[in-house]
Design a protein around this ligand. Structure first.
Ligand code: SAH
Ligand code: TYD
Ligand code: ZN
Length: 408
C-alpha cells in the first residue's frame, strides 16, 4: 500500500486521503452460477500537491471496464433524456450554426444526446468503445465508431470527417486517466474557434453532500474549477465557461477553448473565488470529508442492522455503479438488503458486484412492496419518488444516505 503517487495530469505528487479498501468493478454484474473470481482493486483517492486534482491512487485497465457487455444505459432516466435533448438543442442553436457543422461526442453510450443531432440532420460522430451501447445508438440513426477516444483515434476521425466545431463528453472525461492523449486528440480535431465541453460530478458537491459513492473505478478524476483550469492551461486551452448542473447529484459543465480564442465569462472567476473562500481544494477539507464518510457508513449500517433485527424487509432501488462502493464499503449483503430493483435489462437477473445482491426488474419491487427502499439511485430521487407514489401510499419508507442518513 502506498500513500503517495504520481499525478496523471501534471506528474506532481498525489497524497492519499481516503482508502475504501479492496473493491470490485462497479459495473461488473455477476451471472448467478459464474464461479470465475471477480476482479478487485484498491479503491483509494488522493489530491495532487501541485495542481490539486483529486484522483484515484490506482488505475483499472480501461478494457476491463468498457467492453461489449458494459451494462450502463444512459436513456434509463426520463430526466436525463430531457437533459440531453436540451444539451443537443443548445448546441444546434449556438455552436453548430455554420455552413456544415460537425460535432463529436466521446462516450455517447446509447445515443441519448446524439439522437437529437442526427434527427436535425447535422453531421456528428459518437466515439464509444462499449459495443452493446454503441449498437443501441446506431439503431437510433446515430453515426458511431466503436473505439476508445485518444490521440491516435482522434486523428482517424479528423482524416475521415474533418475538423469538429464541438467535442462533447458527458460523464466520460472523468473516466479517462490519460488526459494528455485526450487533449492532443481534441486539439487536433477542433476548429480554431471550436469548443471542448464536458460535464462531470463536481468535487464541491461530493464534499458538501458527503456523496462518497461517486468514488468508484470508472470515476478516475473528481474535478473542481481550479483543477480543470490548471489542466486546461497545461494543454493549451482556457477554461472559458462553467455552468453548475443538478444532474447526478451536482455536476459542472466546463467549456474549454484554445488559449486566447474566447473571453472567459464572469462565471469562471466567480466559481474560482467561491472555491478559494470555502477552501475546497485544501487538504484539511478533504480530511474532514474522510471523517464524514466514516460517520455516514456507521449510521447506515447501524440503521440496516436495526431494521433486520426488527424483521423489516429492505430492498435496494437502482443498481447504480455508485452502489458498489456503498454496499462493499459498508458490508451490505443479502442479509440486510433482499434485492435491488432496476429497470436496465442489462443488469436484471444478475448479482451486484462484490456484495452479490440479486438485481430484479421493477415489477418485483411492488410484489409485494418492502417496508423500506434504500435509494441507491438518490441522484434520480425526484423522478423515482414521483413514479413510486404508490409505495409511500402503501406505507413504504425511503432510506437516503446523501447528504446524511435519514428515513422519509
Ligand atoms: N455520456 C453518457 C454515458 C456516460 S458513461 C451519459 O452521460 O450518460 C461513460 C461512457 O464513456 C461509457 O459508455 C464508456 O464506454 C465511455 N468511454 C470510456 N472511456 C472512453 C474513451 N476513451 N473514449 C470514448 N468513450 C469512452
Ligand atoms: P445512475 O445513477 O444514472 O448511474 P451510475 O450507475 O453511474 O451510478 O444509475 C441509475 C440506475 O438506476 C440505472 O441502473 C437505472 C436505474 N433506475 C431505475 O431502476 N429506475 C428509475 O426510475 C431510474 C431513473 C433509474
Ligand atoms: Zn497534478
Amino acid at each position: 500500500m502506498s500513500l503517495s503517487g504520481t499525478c496523471r495530469v501534471c506528474a506532481g505528487s498525489v497524497r492519499e486521503f481516503f482508502d475504501f479498501g479492496r473493491q470490485p468493478l462497479s459495473d461488473a454484474f455477476v451471472e448467478p452460477g459464474d464461479t470465475r473470481e471477480e476482479f478487485f482493486f484498491r479503491l483509494a483517492v488522493g489530491r495532487c500537491d501541485a495542481c490539486t486534482m483529486v484522483q484515484l491512487m490506482e488505475e483499472v485497465p480501461r478494457e476491463r471496464m468498457f467492453h461489449d457487455g458494459y451494462p450502463y444505459l444512459s436513456s434509463g432516466s426520463a430526466v436525463m433524456r430531457a437533459h440531453f435533448e436540451a444539451v443537443a438543442e443548445r448546441f444546434l442553436a449556438t455552436e453548430l450554426t455554420g455552413p456544415d457543422p460537425f460535432i463529436v461526442e466521446v462516450g455517447c453510450n446509447d445515443g441519448v444526446m446524439l439522437e437529437t443531432i442526427a434527427k436535425a440532420g447535422v453531421r456528428h460522430l459518437g466515439v464509444e468503445p462499449s459495443g452493446g451501447t454503441a449498437d443501441l445508438a446506431a439503431a437510433k440513426g446515430v453515426q458511431v465508431r466503436k473505439v476508445f477516444f485518444e490521440h491516435a483515434t482522434a486523428l482517424e476521425v479528423l482524416r475521415d470527417h474533418g475538423h469538429a466545431d464541438v467535442v462533447y463528453m458527458a460523464n466520460t472525461f472523468c473516466h479517462i486517466p490519460y488526459v494528455e492523449s485526450i487533449f492532443a486528440g481534441v486539439s487536433a480535431l477542433l476548429t480554431d474557434n471550436g469548443v471542448f465541453v464536458f460535464e462531470d460530478p463536481y468535487l464541491g458537491d461530493i464534499v458538501r453532500r458527503t456523496s462518497f459513492d461517486q468514488i468508484y473505478d470508472e470515476h478516475f478524476y473528481y474535478f473542481s474549477g481550479l483543477s480543470v483550469q490548471r489542466m486546461a492551461q497545461r494543454f493549451g486551452f482556457d477554461l472559458v465557461d462553467v455552468e453548475p448542473l443538478p444532474t447526478h447529484g451536482g455536476e459542472i459543465r466546463y467549456t474549454l477553448a484554445r488559449s486566447g480564442a474566447r473571453t472567459p465569462t464572469p462565471a469562471v472567476a466567480e466559481l474560482l473565488d467561491r472555491e478559494r473562500e470555502t477552501g475546497l481544494s485544501e487538504p484539511g477539507t478533504l480530511t474532514r470529508f474522510a471523517g464524514d464518510v466514516a460517520r455516514v457508513r456507521d449510521e447506515l449500517i447501524g440503521l440496516l442492522r436495526d431494521l433486520r433485527d426488527r424483521g423489516k424487509r429492505v430492498v435496494g432501488y437502482g443498481a447504480t455503479a455508485k452502489s458498489a462502493t456503498v454496499t462493499n464499503f459498508c458490508g451490505i449483503g443479502p442479509d440486510l438488503v433482499e434485492f435491488v430493483s432496476d429497470t436496465s435489462p442489462t443488469k436484471q437477473g444478475r448479482l451486484t458486484p462484490g456484495a452479490h445482491l440479486p438485481v430484479r426488474p421493477p415489477e418485483a419491487f411492488a410484489d409485494p412492496y418492502p417496508d423500506y427502499a434504500l435509494l441507491f439511485a438518490w441522484n434520480h430521487a425526484e423522478e423515482i419518488m414521483a413514479k413510486e407514489r404508490a409505495f409511500r401510499e402503501a406505507g413504504g419508507k425511503w432510506i437516503l444516505y446523501v447528504p446524511e442518513v435519514r428515513v422519509l
